[in-house]
Design a binder for this molecule. Structure first.
Ligand SMILES: [Zn+2]
Length: 467
């Protein structure tokens, strides 16, 4: 199994992914805090998660993707209080909006999306094991993590050890690198929390934000995660504190590969709710563009590089995507016999695309390979020289690319739902590693969902069963 190389924030190096038990890859991604509609900066991160998951599946990995939903923390509680409604009303509403945005963007939903409030016992147990290992202390009814007890604290964000304030503590979920100090694991109940509180051996209260991810990732994926992803703004303090909690409790490495995504900027300023410059997916629709245009735009820049949001950029992305989709449709006109230069051009484009993705998801090079294939196919079609077999080979290359990028479906035709495409890809990779039991199981799963898959020389074709 040839897995792509990705930048590992732990080492600052581009390294091949090395899961503990291949072909399984445990992927944990920090999900939304459901206190507001997610903005396009967040969506860019969720699309990067999807690109990684789809690329891994295309390489034959059995990806188990877990994404948490933060439905209790400082921000969700502040929002409920501000609106004067129960916490659950705020979080249910924004979770539903979030899922609708993911579906519109053809994101394959993670296998599990646990809500923090459903895993409080796991969090209490984690605090108990940190207590037993001497990493905690209580103050004013809250439990804190004493960072001086963990010599490696700060290794992810590379905090200067001299900057650490031993003994000082912070009870907010969000704080800056300059304020690195003991952080809260469990917050004592205050009247501001209303009826949001749980009983624990160390007192009534609620979990700190960082604790949620350590507890839920361990519950679903074990003590060591193959890949952990999040936005670059989570490196400190969130991921640093996750490492402290998880490694403090188990004594084992928490994450093998930490992958971080870059910001979306508006005129070179980071988009954030606190700055009041947020745009949501509705801003894309207002321009008359489709969510897939945004998807193409967001995926056309390498995940770790910052990207500047502009209408011109989105419109250019929409045009580039439309050109690819139009060619894909036009390929059906080809009637020539035999095979010509198109077949080798398609094979070359496909391997260039795969090689580019292997190189730390070099999407610019991957998309360039597709656009060059498009130009060559248009040239051959214009001369009436494209053989049917060549067109099939090119179509297979575009279908492969669509399985990964998820935005090259021909409109007007029933687009294959993202989860069905993911299963087809999974079955194809199972077949490649001659795991026919798995391939058969996936075929039955597809049939149960009403889809039939047919294997052709140009690759698998999927259609509605019974048509
Ligand atoms: Zn997290």
């Amino acid at each position: 199994m040839n897995l792509p190389r990705l930048t590992n924030t732990l080492t600052r190096q581009v390294e091949p992914l090395a899961p503990l038990a291949p072909p399984k890859v445990g992927l944990y991604t920090c999900g939304p805090t459901v206190y507001a509609r997610v903005h396009i900066g967040n969506l860019r991160t969720f699309l990067a998660y999807d690109l990684v998951a789809r690329t891994l599946r295309a390489r034959g990995a059995d990806v188990v993707h877990v994404m948490n939903v933060t439905d209790v923390d400082d921000r969700t509680l502040d929002e409920a209080r501000r609106r004067g409604v129960p916490l659950r009303e705020v979080t249910d509403r924004h979770l539903a909006e979030f899922l609708a945005d993911l579906d519109a963007l053809r994101v394959v939903r993670p296998a599990v999306m646990p809500r923090a409030t459903e895993h409080i016992p796991d969090m209490v147990a984690l605090v108990r094991s940190l207590e037993a290992r001497g990493h905690t202390y209580e103050a004013d009814g809250s439990v804190y993590f004493r960072i001086a007890t963990l010599p490696g604290y700060g290794k992810l964000s590379r905090l200067p050890t001299s900057g650490l304030k031993a003994g000082a503590r912070v009870s907010h979920d969000h704080y800056s690198k300059e304020e690195a100090r003991d952080f809260v694991l469990w917050k004592a109940w205050t009247p501001d929390d209303g009826d949001v509180a749980w009983d624990a051996p160390f007192g009534r209260g609620r979990p700190g934000w960082h604790l949620e991810c350590s507890a839920m990732s361990r519950h679903y994926l074990g003590e060591t995660l193959d890949v952990h992803m999040g936005g670059v703004d989570l490196v400190f303090p969130h991921h640093e504190n996750e490492i402290a909690q998880s490694e403090g409790a188990t004594g084992k490495p928490f994450v093998r590969h930490f992958v971080h995504t870059g910001f979306v900027n508006l005129e070179a300023v980071k988009m954030s709710k606190s700055l009041g410059n947020v745009r949501t997916l509705d801003a894309v629709r207002t321009l008359g563009l489709a969510p897939e245009d945004f998807r193409y735009w967001a995926l056309s820049v390498r995940y770790r590089d910052p990207i500047v949001f502009s209408e011109e950029g989105l419109v250019a992305a929409a045009r580039a995507r439309a050109d690819l989709v139009a060619l894909r449709k036009r390929l059906r006109e080809a009637t020539g016999e035999g095979t010509g230069p198109g077949t080798s051009a398609a094979a070359a484009a496909r391997s260039r695309l795969d090689e580019a993705l292997d190189d730390d998801l070099n999407v610019s090079a991957a998309l360039a390979a597709l656009h060059e294939l498009k130009t060559e196919m248009n040239r051959l079609l214009g001369r009436g020289e494209l053989a049917r077999a060549d067109a099939d080979a090119a179509e297979a290359a575009f279908a492969h690319a669509d399985g990964i990028f998820g935005c090259f479906a021909v409109p007007g035709e029933e687009a294959t739902p993202a989860d069905v495409s993911a299963l087809v890809l999974e079955r194809e990779t199972a077949r490649k590693r001659r795991d026919f039991a798995a391939s058969d199981r996936i075929r039955k799963d597809l049939a149960a969902r009403g889809w039939a898959v047919e294997d052709t020389p140009a690759g698998p074709k999927v259609r509605r069963a019974g048509r």
